[in-house]
Design a protein around this ligand. Structure first.
Ligand code: NAI
Length: 462
């Protein structure tokens, strides 16, 4: 039993960042984590391992498709799956150990085990009860499956199982054309699996700018991914080594089935708050199972805060990190702030897809007068040299004031390029501000400047 200023429950990107910021602000801090390693879903079974597999499989794709064009001859590398998984596990280990080091450096106690809150100001971990003036719940989310679909993490898998398959499946059916389905679908498509994505809606990646959705789907099809759109999955039947996915086409209510060696269920995630004891404490929850907070991440119970996937908003690691820092600052008596209007979203396929702010559809719906500046990577010299001409940058700016309202990029390094637009938006910049900023040549970032120029008198290379 010990007394703390703050106990953070959960050590994912929200929790560990909150703990570090609390410690930096002079608060005696502990973090509860029941997994064997720190870092939560993101570092252990999410963002980081998937990026390792995306990187490795992309290298294979380059070798198979582009090396010979550049005069790099020789047989394409073959896949040693065991080694690829070992590389991925090594990357996970480096990252999770990194958090352990940061905890030690910042004198944060790691309370090992699963935490619960027996009463206000107390956190129980195993048999021990610790006292804390403040508690931050950062317990994240878990995969939300479908009725009629039982996940066994062998044949019917969530993203967790998909990152550790014993072998590369011949045929994989992905349920859900969201971020997880398309990232992991891309990995296995590059490694030779036949991929069919079954999606309920008529477009992929719901909520994304319509033009990007269309281009993105076109490019994924070119890479060999097959799509069955407007299809509601009804059930998955598991046989010994195979599965049968039953779906209904929404347009005519017709029933169909499709076989697979592995089925990836990627139909969204839901807050993970099991076992915390929130109901008994009277912590208010929404109908969707999210913990309700005010704009300072305070729940209705004094001294209990909540951040990240467990509360409302996009389920993104960086949104959780920002909330973690801000909640720590609020607890320390400072002014924690998150600008929810400028949270980028990135899909790490090839090409990458990134967006920030409003989509064209949202602006139309709001009846806002806007202008569009668009520039294709085909007009970018660096992209041409690197076989990366597919895609475009699209900037949306207010018609009157020229203030940037949103940006959508599909193309090389989109996930990095988006950030100069985020900074610009944070400062309330106009498209002209971006256009007047000198961009080094030859870089992909020139496409961002050209899109900004296209909001004014026109792009140069279009
Ligand atoms: P998602 O919400 O992005 O996509 C789920 C898809 O499944 C939707 O398109 C939905 O229409 C479809 N669907 C739902 N029920 C269906 C049914 N019965 N039949 C067919 N299709 C159905 O969810 P996803 O991809 O599982 O990701 C979960 C969360 O994790 C998201 O909030 C995402 O933002 C986050 N994430 C973010 C990443 C990133 O930032 N790069 C990477 C991975 C996950």
């Amino acid at each position: 039993m010990a007394n703390y200023d703050v106990i953070v429950i959960g050590s994912g990107p929200g929790g560990y960042v909150a703990a570090i910021r609390c410690a930096q602000l002079g608060l005696k801090t502990a973090c509860v984590e029941g997994r064997a390693t720190l870092g939560g879903t993101c570092l252990n079974v999410g963002c980081i391992p998937s990026k390792a597999l995306l990187h490795a499989s992309h290298q294979l794709h380059e070798a198979e498709h582009n090396f010979a064009k550049m005069g790099l001859k020789g047989a394409s590398p073959s896949v040693d799956w065991k080694q690829m998984l070992a590389y991925k596990d090594d990357v996970i280990g480096q990252n999770t150990k990194g958090i352990e080091f940061l905890f030690k450096k910042n004198k944060i106690d790691w309370l090992k085990g699963w935490g619960s809150i027996p009463e206000k100001g107390k956190v129980q971990v195993g048999d021990e009860v610790h006292e804390a003036r403040n508690i931050i719940i950062a317990t994240g989310s878990q995969s939300a499956s479908l009725p009629g679909v039982d996940v066994d993490e062998k044949i019917v898998v969530t993203s967790t199982g998909a990152l550790d398959l014993p072998k590369i499946p011949k045929k994989m059916v992905v349920i859900g054309a969201g971020v997880i389905g398309l990232e992991l679908g891309s990995v296995y498509a590059r490694l030779g699996s036949e991929i069919t994505v079954v999606e309920y809606l008529d477009q992929i990646t719901p909520g994304m700018d319509g033009e990007v959705q269309k281009q993105f789907q076109r490019l994924l099809k070119k890479q060999g991914l097959d799509f069955i759109m407007g299809a509601a999955v009804q059930s998955v039947e598991t046989l010994k080594t195979k599965a049968k996915v039953a779906y209904k086409l929404r347009k005519d209510d017709s029933d169909h089935t499709i076989d697979a060696d592995v089925v990836l269920v990627a139909t969204g995630r839901k807050p993970f708050t099991d076992g915390l004891g929130l109901e008994a404490l009277g912590v208010k929850m929404s109908a969707r199972g999210q913990i309700e907070t005010d704009d300072h991440w305070r729940t209705n119970v004094e001294g209990i805060y909540a951040i990240g996937d467990a509360i409302a908003g996009p389920m993104l690691a960086h949104k959780a990190e920002d909330e973690g820092m801000a909640a720590a600052e609020v607890i320390a008596g400072k002014h924690g702030h998150v600008n929810y209007g400028v949270i980028p979203g990135v899909i790490y396929t090839h090409p990458e897809v990134a967006s920030v702010g409003q989509t064209e559809e949202q602006l139309k719906e709001a009846g806002r007068a806007y202008k569009v500046g668009k520039f294709s990577f085909m007009g970018n010299g660096r992209a041409k040299a690197n076989f990366a001409g597919d895609g475009f940058v699209k900037i949306l700016a207010d018609k009157e004031t020229d203030r940037i309202l949103g940006a959508h990029i599909i193309g090389p390094m989109a996930g990095d390029l988006i950030h100069e637009i985020c900074v610009a938006m944070e400062f309330g910049a106009s498209a002209e501000d971006l256009a007047l900023t000198c961009h080094a040549h030859p870089t992909y970032s020139e496409a961002v400047r050209e899109a900004a120029l296209a909001c004014g008198d026109g792009a140069i290379h279009a």
